[in-house]
Design a protein around this ligand. Structure first.
Ligand SMILES: Nc1ncnc2c1ncn2[C@@H]1O[C@H](COP(=O)(O)OP(=O)(O)OP(=O)(O)O)[C@@H](O)[C@H]1O
Length: 454
């Protein structure tokens, strides 16, 4: 329900005078469409006809009370915020209602109107954000479908598609293995965004990237004061991923002590934050990835065998690109079109000699490297077609770093000019001529500190 256009508020209030006040006050915002009911049954009946974004409920009603009406609303509208407005200040009832999940509890006095006004605004803002996040997640779901962002037609990759389809039907853990850049994270996202969990978070954690002494608190969170520097409570990545998917990348990098903690959390399906007592119940799908052979890690004593079997679930092995050469040109075309679109360039062709060169290379960095090679070729070429000399593999040039992602055209331009300057002893005129750019372009980059003549 989009909360940004007409915003439907139900008021349940049997006191005609107070009901009129609330209705009048909230109607001051022309976006709000107010429906006023004097008893609980009428409100429940109307829920069937149109869905409210928010409901305010007077605690004492002729046919029911606020707690009972809240319970019945909740059965039908689990996500709609309910505010209870009561004639009496009853702390025990208020605490009980808040624990049951009502959004807020106001006592009728001179401040109620303003409190309600502010609460409605805040709730609506949150609902708008949530609505936008849902839309974005929906879009991401489309993005991570086979054929849209995961490309490949070779039997090896078709087998991977069929395993993903099997994985999304259940909540089974998935362990993905494959060399760097083969698409492990992409597959993990595809599983998440095609599963029932797609509207909940996808949280990715690279075990190799977290400093050793912070891993536990990063994964499981900590309470305020748990250790020096723990100035406030921190929610860990497991909790962040609750109801969604947790992707633990480079799982083999975990030390043995942490492995036993992880095993306990997975077995008990609950965790306790570092320095705390409260148990947090977990409902996550776990997807792990590694470029190492995990069974070999078990044999070498670096990975606990019991953890290995816990994590294994449905194993998916991603073949390196050199073993699926028939996918190279499909991927190359896809990355090239994508790059041209993102940089508003006209479509670029690939000559057959360049195709040959692209197909022959063995891509130690796999799909990620192919993507970088293609993007660089798009920059190096004459704008119409990619020729073999535009296809620069890592092995062709030490000075050109082609394995990074998400660069802009300008980043690439700077990178290339830098490498040419280095190669030609900072001879700006020669470099300008060779790259067919104006020398003033290079001088301007030097002036802007984007380049230096070192
Ligand atoms: N089949 C594919 N179709 C389209 N793009 C792909 C495919 N496989 C990988 N990619 C792209 O290649 C890049 C690297 O993929 P990803 O990060 O998923 O690899 P990875 O195996 O997780 O790498 P690492 O082990 O280094 O973390 C990403 O830009 C991804 O979108």
């Amino acid at each position: 329900m989009d909360p940004s256009s007409t915003y439907r508020i139900f008021i349940v209030e049997d006191d005609p005078w107070y009901g009129e006040i609330l209705k009048y006050h909230l109607s001051l915002n022309p976006d709000y469409e107010i429906s006023w009911f004097t008893n609980g049954e009428d409100c429940l009946k109307s829920i069937g006809a149109c869905l409210p974004h928010l409901i305010t409920v007077d605690y004492s009603l002729p046919d029911t009370n606020g707690a009972e009406l809240y319970r019945r609303i909740r059965e039908r509208l689990p996500d709609t915020p309910v505010i209870i407005i009561s004639g009496q200040k009853d702390v025990e009832t208020a605490v009980g209602l808040l624990q049951a999940g009502v959004y807020d509890y106001f006592v009728k006095d001179e401040r109620t109107k303003n409190l309600l006004w502010n609460a409605v605004q805040k709730i609506r803002e949150n609902q708008k954000l949530k609505y936008e996040i849902d839309l974005l997640r929906e879009e991401l779901g489309q993005k991570y479908k086979f054929g849209s962002s995961i490309k490949g037609n070779t039997p090896a990759i078709l087998k991977v598609y069929s395993l993903i389809e099997k994985a999304v039907r259940t909540n089974i853990s998935v362990s993905i293995t494959g060399e760097t850049g083969t698409g492990k994270e992409l597959i993990a996202k595809a599983i998440h965004y095609q599963s029932d969990r797609k509207k909940k978070p996808f949280v990715a954690v690279n075990m190799a990237a977290i400093p050793h002494d912070l891993v536990e608190s990063e994964l499981f969170g900590h309470e305020k004061g748990a250790f020096t520097g723990a100035v406030s409570r921190k929610i860990g990545r497991f909790e962040e991923a609750n109801k969604g998917t947790l992707f633990l990348d480079e799982i083999a990098e975990m030390d043995l002590v942490l492995q036993s903690k992880l095993l306990r959390v997975l077995q008990e399906r609950e965790l306790v934050r570092v320095g705390g007592n409260e148990k947090v119940v977990l409902d996550i799908r776990l997807v792990t990835a590694s470029h190492k052979n995990l069974l070999e890690e078990v044999k070498q004593g670096r990975l606990r065998q019991d953890l290995y079997y816990r994590l294994l679930g449905l194993p998916i092995d991603l073949p390196p690109l050199r073993e699926r050469t028939n996918d190279i040109m499909l991927l190359a075309r896809y990355f090239l079109d994508d790059f041209c679109k993102a940089n508003r360039l006209p479509a670029i062709a690939i000559t057959s000699a360049a195709t040959e060169k692209l197909r022959r290379y063995d891509y130690p960095g796999n799909v990620r490297e192919l993507k970088a090679v293609i993007e660089l070729a798009a920059v190096m070429c004459d704008g119409a077609e990619i020729k073999p000399e535009d296809v620069l593999m890592n092995s062709d040039s030490e000075s050109l770093v082609v394995d990074s992602e998400e660069k802009t055209l300008r980043d690439y331009t700077i990178q290339i000019i830098k490498s040419y300057l280095k190669k030609h002893n900072n001879n700006v005129l020669l470099v300008a001529e060779k790259l067919d750019v104006g020398k003033s372009t290079i001088y301007k980059m030097i002036q802007n500190n984007e380049l230096s003549l070192s």
